[in-house]
Write a protein that binds this ligand. Structure first.
Ligand code: SF4
Length: 356
């Protein structure tokens, strides 16, 4: 089966990798952009990284912010012109609460840009869902509760919200189209005993994949590990059983549940991925990644409030080097391993290249 999740995709874009260092004059367009269209959300998850006080992520988020319709259209026009390959919508808030998502999806459906969205699934219905089903590459629904009661407790929703999301997922697959529908199961100390049964339930909706991830509960790797250590073996055992019994050509189980320490420590001083996969926030600020979004103190690349995205991106390359991961990114970093691979690749002594 071809892998959707390879960490090595970036190396299919060698000219982009070669353009990343400060000494290289040229700035190339980002390959992939995360857009946070709105910070408004219709759920209230206890662990939401954008809302809890003890995580640096989201510390400066303004909940009522959203991207005006005209600005969103301008951003997409710029992305088309720049040759951006892919756009993913994510939170801050819930992308399908964004009042201009239908127009946005229609515009992208008529563009060469591949697009996708993270969602809680509550509003994944109607015309906008049909456009995603028929034209997007993937949609991934974040979940945590394993039935109506637990889901309502996790998210502060009505008591049948879980069943409604499952129905939205079945309806989504019934639209036809090639969009891959996935679920991200966020594992914590309350739901870890339900991993296997939950995967089985999700497979029954017709979803194409499930991703298992650990809930991030602290800025420090050691504290996250201490939280997950008591449940680690049980989660791994259930994931292994599910892979053996439930995975097949139509349903992929992607187990990224692991102890988190390696996502925190960084000994490098500039961030390659900030030029590869930046974030456009609902506040029209540009952030280097999803782990530094709405952190104005040490996660801000700049603003496109007063200028077009394409102008901002190509001017003054030094803006990508203001953030020093060794100093500013002691937090969880989803791109840590990919950054390390790129820096290793770029550090090779050309005189010795032949000695492979
Ligand atoms: S090192 Fe990681 S956390 Fe820091 S800016 Fe880069 S991608 Fe974000």
């Amino acid at each position: 089966m071809a892998s959707k999740y390879s960490q090595l995709k970036i190396f299919h874009f060698q000219d982009k990798v070669d353009s990343l260092p400060k000494e290289v004059q040229e700035v190339k367009a980002p390959l992939h952009i995360r857009i946070k269209p709105t910070n408004v959300c219709n759920h209230n998850c206890w662990y939401c990284a954008y809302k809890v006080d003890n995580l640096q992520l989201g510390q400066d988020m303004v909940e009522k912010d959203f991207i005006p319709e005209a600005k969103m259209m301008e951003i997409i026009d710029d992305c088309i012109e720049m040759g951006v390959k892919a756009i993913t919508f994510s939170g801050g808030g819930e992308p399908f609460v964004y009042q201009y998502m239908l127009q946005t999806a229609k515009k992208l459906a008529n563009s060469p840009i591949a697009f996708a969205s993270l969602t809680n699934g509550a509003n994944l219905k109607g015309e906008v869902a049909e456009i995603f089903a028929k034209h997007a590459k993937w949609v991934r629904v974040s979940m945590d509760g394993w039935d109506d009661e637990s889901y309502a407790q996790y998210r502060g929703t009505s008591k049948n919200a879980f069943s409604k999301v499952l129905q939205n997922m079945r309806d989504f697959k019934a639209y036809g189209g090639a969009c891959a529908l996935g679920v991200s199961f966020i594992i914590d100390q309350k739901n870890y005993q339900h991993v296997y049964e939950f995967i089985k339930l999700i497979k029954s909706t017709g979803a194409n994949s499930i991703k298992l991830s650990g809930c991030v509960v602290d800025n420090e790797g050691a504290k996250n590990n201490a939280y997950h250590q008591p449940i680690y073996d049980e989660v791994k055992a259930q994931a292994k059983r599910a892979k053996a019994e439930l995975e097949d050509a139509s349903f992929e189980i992607y187990d990224t549940y692991h102890l988190l320490e390696d996502k925190f420590d960084k000994d490098y001083t500039w961030c390659p991925y900030s030029q590869v996969l930046p974030v456009i926030g609902a506040d029209l600020n540009i952030y280097p990644c999803q782990d530094k979004a709405y952190n104005l103190e040490n996660g801000l690349v700049g603003s496109i409030k007063e200028k077009r995205f394409k102008e901002f991106w190509f001017e003054d390359k030094s803006k990508f080097f203001k953030i020093n991961p060794k100093i500013h990114c002691k937090n969880h970093c989803v791109s840590n391993h990919k950054n390390q691979m790129i820096l290793d690749y770029l550090s090779v002594d050309n005189d010795h290249l032949g000695f492979v």
